[in-house]
Design a protein around this ligand. Structure first.
Ligand code: NOJ
Length: 535
């Protein structure tokens, strides 16, 4: 099989459940207040006890940390803040010993401005690295070359006074975009990928997979909505039709090339494909040919409100577009945590757990964000505690992404078992009941229920059974069967009834009020159930 591209997206990840580790906030082994690689190694046993199969670690490479590691200054190293390469090797060895796979975050859209390539590139217009990035002359009025904007606010162009040219950055000015039309950039990343494969990683989560290739003529993007000064960076970004900076056909060529590199190692390519309006038909192009990405995150479920019609739209359209190959997440380090998004308090928590019942049984790869399993809501930080550049660098008030990035409460000692130093960001108002230690010994806790849910998935989900919707848009209960298993989520009021297909069904798991009668199930508010056909 060496060198052959397998034309389907199946692999060891088919049945797996993933777990995202935001390294800064997971576990700190040395007391500097920042999570690190040995901290993760120390918690692998917990992850394996929880029942996940795959761990995705956010960037740990050397970095000035302008975007907390998503600004990489050396793609083949470990930042001393997080440990050493030996620590990384140990993490992999220990994970594999415990049957856990590890994927790492590859950040190809941009490097750090401190990367030697960029340093060299900005030193002169004739430098051999100039073409690694996008440099352009100012427009005729001296302004940026076009109207592209950064995700994080303002123009996507920064003027380099020395050479009187602008460089492109779809994120911070400290994150210059690499030029994926340059074959040398392509070769550099081939080597980076080989470097980590030779250290036995099980795959890559690809950051900004939708953004790599740009239209080199760099025309203005069409404007969809009127922009005004009170808009957040996210709203401004969404006001453009990103016709020329995102989702260019050339991205797929890159991923096909990478597929050739990873397939002989049986490694996974999981893309962050963040597209306008989350159009599933566009996301599906990254996986549908079976020779590019194996899995692509689909982000609409992370934003959908608690409303049956919006959920039907989200899930039905996505599964029509890509029936097998999407990846599902409840929360992430970039978005509010699910209990908060679903209204907060006990109700928000219950909804988040009920929602997991739906999400985790869909075809594709579910990924838990650290702390989802504890039912943690986001933390509200004071203005002066905010660290995310999205919040700190914009005049328009936006709370940024910090609320989802606070440390994991492991136990109720000082520093919540996360650190014996001062945490890099406040842990916030967590209580003993939020901690792993408390929940592990408490019957019926969120953690124990999550674990049961994962076990039921492992024991009962027939991966070869396709999804069949058993309710439709006129129902507030969203439900489907896969072989002898039914997953049902009630997004409506209480008293919703689901009629069951023929057979003798047993209630294997439920959230909220659920009553199984002879041939039907009655649901209370914010409830969900897994039913299994008795054999
Ligand atoms: C997506 C990452 O998840 C986010 O945290 C980061 O800021 C951007 N990509 C830029 O790398």
């Amino acid at each position: 099989m060496e060198g052959m591209i397998r034309k389907d997206n199946s692999g060891w990840w088919d049945g797996s459940v993933g777990y995202e580790i935001y390294v800064r906030s997971f576990a700190d082994s040395d007391g500097d207040g920042v999570g690190d690689l040995p901290g993760i190694t120390g918690k692998l046993e917990y992850l394996s006890w929880l029942g996940v199969d795959l761990v995705w670690i956010t960037p740990f490479y050397p970095s000035p940390m302008a975007d907390f590691g998503y600004d990489v200054s050396d793609y083949c190293g470990v930042d001393p803040l997080f440990g050493t390469l030996e620590d990384f090797d140990q993490l992999i060895t220990e994970a594999h010993r415990q049957d856990l796979r590890v994927i790492i975050d590859l950040v190809p859209n941009h490097s750090s401005s401190a990367h030697p390539w960029f340093q060299s590139s900005r030193s002169s217009v004739d430098d051999k690295y100039r073409g690694y990035y996008h440099w352009r002359d100012p427009s005729s009025d001296g302004k940026p070359p076009n109207n592209w904007v950064s995700h994080f606010g303002g123009s996507a162009w920064t003027l380099d006074e020395e050479s009187e040219q602008y460089y492109l950055h779809l994120f911070l000015p400290e994150q210059p975009d690499l030029n994926w039309n340059n074959p040398e950039v392509i070769n550099e990343f081939d080597e980076i990928i080989q470097f980590w494969l030779s250290r036995d990683v099980d795959g890559f989560r690809i950051d900004v997979a939708q953004g790599l290739v740009k239209n080199m003529l760099m025309p203005d993007n069409p404007i969809r909505f009127q922009i005004n000064e009170s808009m957040s960076p996210r709203q401004v970004f969404a006001s453009f039709d990103h016709r020329y900076d995102l989702d260019q056909a050339g991205n797929l060529e890159i991923f096909r090339r990478w597929r050739n590199l990873v397939d002989p190692h049986d490694a996974l390519l999981l893309g962050e494909v963040y597209l306008r309006d989350n159009d599933p038909n566009r996301v599906s192009r990254y996986v549908s040919s079976g020779d590019a990405l194996h899995r692509a995150f689909y982000f609409a479920p992370m934003h959908v409100p608690w409303d049956p019609q919006s959920m039907w739209d989200t899930f039905r359209d996505a599964l029509d577009a890509a029936p097998e190959d999407l990846s599902w997440a409840l929360s992430s380090h970039d978005d509010p945590r699910a209990p908060t998004r679903f209204g907060g308090g006990e109700e928000g928590k219950q909804r988040a757990l009920a929602y997991s019942v739906l999400l985790f049984f869909l075809p594709g790869l579910p990924v838990i964000f650290q702390g989802d399993e504890l039912g943690l809501p986001s933390i509200e930080l004071a203005l002066e505690e905010l660290a995310d550049p999205v919040a700190t660098r914009n005049a328009v008030e936006t709370d940024g992404r910090d609320g989802a990035r606070t440390p994991i409460p492991w136990n109720s000692s000082s520093g919540f078992g996360f650190t014996h130093g001062t945490p890099w960001i406040p842990i916030g108002n967590r209580s003993e009941k939020d901690t792993v230690e408390y929940q592990q010994k408490t019957h019926g806790s969120w953690l124990m229920r999550y674990r049961t849910l994962l076990q039921i998935r492992k024991d009962n989900l027939d991966l070869d059974s396709p999804l069949r919707w058993i309710t439709a848009r006129d129902s507030d209960v969203i439900s489907f069967s896969r072989g002898g298993l039914i997953s049902a989520l009630n997004v409506g009021g209480s008293g919703q009834i689901l009629s069951l297909p023929n057979g003798q069904w047993e209630l294997a798991f439920h959230v909220g009020e659920v009553a199984l009668n002879d041939r039907s199930v009655a649901f209370g508010e914010n409830s969900a159930a897994i039913l299994i056909l008795a054999s």
